[in-house]
Design a protein around this ligand. Structure first.
Ligand code: SF4
Length: 66
């Protein structure tokens, strides 16, 4: 189930630096605006485009996930 909007702290989402650009915030559905620093629908506070967390969902997911 999707978390509530801004329902997660960075600790709860296991927010962390990302080793791979394709699974970082900048490539995630939930970042806005999708820049080097922005916000996230689920994780409170500023997020960096180069970081990631457990709620990552690919922007161009081909899996048909809703
Ligand atoms: S990877 Fe996590 S913190 Fe980053 S935009 Fe996606 S949901 Fe938010």
């Amino acid at each position: 189930m999707a978390p509530k909007t801004w329902g997660l702290s960075k600790e709860e989402a296991r927010y962390r630096p990302s080793a791979k650009p394709e699974v970082s915030c900048i490539a995630c559905t939930w970042m806005f605006p999708r820049l080097s620093v922005g916000s996230c629908k689920y994780v409170r506070g500023m997020v960096k485009g180069s970081d990631t967390c457990d709620e990552f969902e690919a922007l161009h997911s081909k899996g048909g996930k809703t």
